[in-house]
Design a protein around this ligand. Structure first.
Ligand code: AMP
Length: 394
């Protein structure tokens, strides 16, 4: 178990916190501040315990250069509104310079300061020791609360822990608790649902989950690569040609491990990849050569719903169809609804499935929605994330 902010004494200390303030913006204003509000519990706790808090984050991809398009100033302003106290924005193209050091030095207990975008420095993504040391020089303790970047070994997520005691914030604690216990110690039956476009991106996750689950449900574009492996006609459906052999191997592995692997038994096909195209439902072994599978069919939905209803733990990553188009959103919506109704522990791996659950207004019905797309996938792969590995053990 990793230490959290609750396991250490922060009173009178300067605490530097890595947050994920990589918020979407339009014309310089923040369009969704979920990531900022998600960081508030850790920040408020540290302030209430008498720490001086220094926040840092990346925003977008400024590619190692100070580019004001990616300044964190709008985040500082929003933080100020949400915390209802002044937030000192330490604007510097260097992120850390003499001025910033002075500001950090004079920061008092109960005060907050935000550094400029850490990716303004080339060394950040290279985990440069000098930059990590500069960041560390501002504080006494490092707190990582940015799960979305915990799978990256960067100066502000991992390197800094070489120079400071390091613990997790509440967000990372929650991610580790839910993703970790779902995968390592699940209540059974344990069902994993995998979807999305390509098998290739998720092979390692599927391999790891096959060792843990009772049932693996497949949906989305990746189903067609499995169909191909079984010798079915897939028409013009998306095919991950490089992964057909892997798909065969995964089907065999599932069999040898005694895992129930479920593929869609019917599919909603479209003539073209667009919302207002001609559609028809076909059974999986009867798809026409001139149409593409874009969603799971009604029979499949019923079978998957039944499987979910009898599960005690469900982990879901990847949509069941092209849910961005209304015509092909039903499979994903019905799975989301089934998850919202069950008493099982429901964990949604970030990215598209999280977006789908939000879009359907079902987010608050899930046990846990991961805040990290890539990070949650790597976690489900069984990898140790560098930004978590560096934190102290209890
Ligand atoms: P991923 O990033 O791998 O989780 O894939 C998510 C994307 O897969 C979404 O944008 C979906 O629209 C897309 N997708 C899901 N099902 C299909 C399908 N049957 N054909 C093409 N794309 C799909």
């Amino acid at each position: 178990m990793k230490k959290t902010v609750k396991d250490i004494d922060v009173k009178g200390k300067k605490v530097i916190v890595r947050c994920d303030f990589n918020v979407p913006q339009k014309d310089g204003s923040i369009t969704d501040d979920t990531r900022i509000t998600a960081a508030l519990p850790t920040i408020k706790y540290l302030l209430s315990e008498g720490a001086a808090v220094i926040l840092m984050s990346h925003l977008g991809r400024p590619e190692g250069e100070a580019n004001m398009k990616y300044t964190l100033k709008p985040v500082a302003d929003r933080l100020e509104e949400l915390l209802k106290i002044p937030v000192i924005f330490a604007q510097s193209p260097q992120v850390v310079d003499e001025e910033v050091k002075k500001k950090a030095e004079s920061l008092k207990a109960g005060e907050v300061m935000l550094l400029e975008n850490v990716r303004f420095r080339k060394e950040e993504t290279k985990n440069g020791a000098d930059f990590a040391k500069e960041l560390a020089s501002l504080a006494d303790i490092f707190v990582n609360d940015a799960f979305g970047t915990a799978h990256r070994a960067h100066a502000s997520t991992a390197g800094i822990a070489d120079y400071l005691p390091a613990v997790s914030g509440f967000l990372i604690e929650k991610e580790v608790k839910f993703l970790g216990s779902a995968v390592e110690n699940p209540e059974r039956p344990f069902v994993a649902i995998m979807g999305g476009a390509k098998v290739g991106d998720k092979i390692s996750v599927i391999r790891n989950l096959l060792k843990k689950v009772d049932t693996l449900i497949i949906g989305g574009g990746m189903a067609y690569t499995f169909y191909k492996a079984l010798g079915y006609e897939i028409g013009t459906s998306i095919l991950d040609a490089d992964s057909v052999d892997v798909a065969k191997d995964l089907l065999e592995t599932a069999k040898s491990l005694g895992v129930k692997m479920m593929l869609p038994v019917d599919v909603v096909c479209g003539r073209e990849f667009k919302n207002d195209t001609e559609t028809a439902v076909f059974s999986c072994d009867n798809m026409p050569g001139d149409m593409m599978g874009l969603d799971i069919g009604p029979e499949t939905i019923e079978l998957y719903k039944k499987e979910i209803a009898s599960a005690k733990t469900v982990v879901w990553n990847g949509p069941m169809g092209v849910f961005e188009m209304e015509t092909f959103a039903k499979g994903t919506l019905e799975i989301a609804k089934a998850l919202s109704r069950t008493d099982a522990i429901t964990v949604i791996g970030g990215g598209d499935s999280a977006a789908a659950v939000e879009q359907f207004g079902l987010a608050d019905k899930m046990t846990h929605i991961s805040t990290g797309g890539g990070a949650s996938l790597e976690f489900l792969e069984g990898k140790e994330l560098p930004g978590i590995a560096v934190l102290e053990e209890k």
